[in-house]
Design a protein around this ligand. Sequence first.
Ligand SMILES: Nc1nc2c(ncn2[C@@H]2O[C@H](COP(=O)(O)OP(=O)(O)OP(=O)(O)O)[C@@H](O)[C@H]2O)c(=O)[nH]1
Ligand SMILES: [Zn+2]
Length: 296
Amino acid sequence: MVLIEGIVINKIQGFYNIKTEDNKEFLCKLRGLLKRKDKKENCTVGDHVVFDADGFITEVKERKNLLLRPLVANIDHIVIQFAAKDPLIDYERLNILLLNSFYYKIPPIIVVNKIDLLTEDEKEEIIKNLDFLKNIDIPYFMISTETGEGIEEIKNYIKDSITAFSGPSGVGKSSILNLLQSERVLATGETSKRLRAGKHTTRDSNLLPMKAGGYVIDTPGFSSVELPDIKTPAELMGLFPEFDLGIGCKFSNCIHINEPGCVVKEAVENNQISQKRYDFYKRCYDKLKNERWNRI
Ligand SMILES: Nc1nc2c(ncn2[C@@H]2O[C@H](COP(=O)(O)OP(=O)(O)OP(=O)(O)O)[C@@H](O)[C@H]2O)c(=O)[nH]1
Ligand SMILES: [Zn+2]
């Protein structure tokens, strides 16, 4: 029997809308064998699947990652978006969202929108504050959906891939998604708030094709300020790429807080690791220790 491959771009009442490489769409059902108990996660938006001529999905390929709210698989990048002003950048939240993206194994991209509202000095200050991103190889884009500045650069960066958009309310996510996608138009401002109140909004669960190729998806659930389910200090340290300096601390189980011979603390003193990132690490450590680890 002929088997075809494609990506699930949305789910409609038990049917999966699958787009093939030659841009055709097929509505398919999941073959009984693939249905397991944890129903919703059997097959979801973003999954690479194989289906037959009868319209049954026969295979769900292994995923490289899975975001839970909304359920989306195989995301190539997650945009963590802020506004330069209205509302101001919340750097603590930025760090928490970075931590979450490493936890879910989705490469992050930082976007600062509304730069049309800034003076040159204010812009410089933001660039200085984001300097630590270079250290951990995370790209950032300063953009304005109003003037179009920086939009082409983002388009080029994310074309042909699946990119999720997250960030606090009001930073211009709908505005940028409108610029990037080829079909549907999302509401901005007030209207989007009304939509959000509705139970199932299309923007929550569809891969939206981009003009340049690839997809974008709004993932409002990713904007939470909660720390992910980090179980041990070692797991937490693993979510700080800059701590991986290629040389070990004096103690192999060093948690980089009070130990002598700690190469991470040394790197902070030499400005090789950002003091603010290190302070953020310590806050995470204390919080997890007090609120979670000590309770087990
Ligand atoms: N000055 C300026 N305003 C912008 C820009 N982008 C968006 N806005 C405005 O910011 C407000 C929020 O934009 P939205 O696109 O609705 O933001 P959102 O992140 O989708 O907001 P939620 O729907 O609350 O999540 C609107 O009034 C936009 O007109 C920009 O580049 N510059
Ligand atoms: Zn150490």
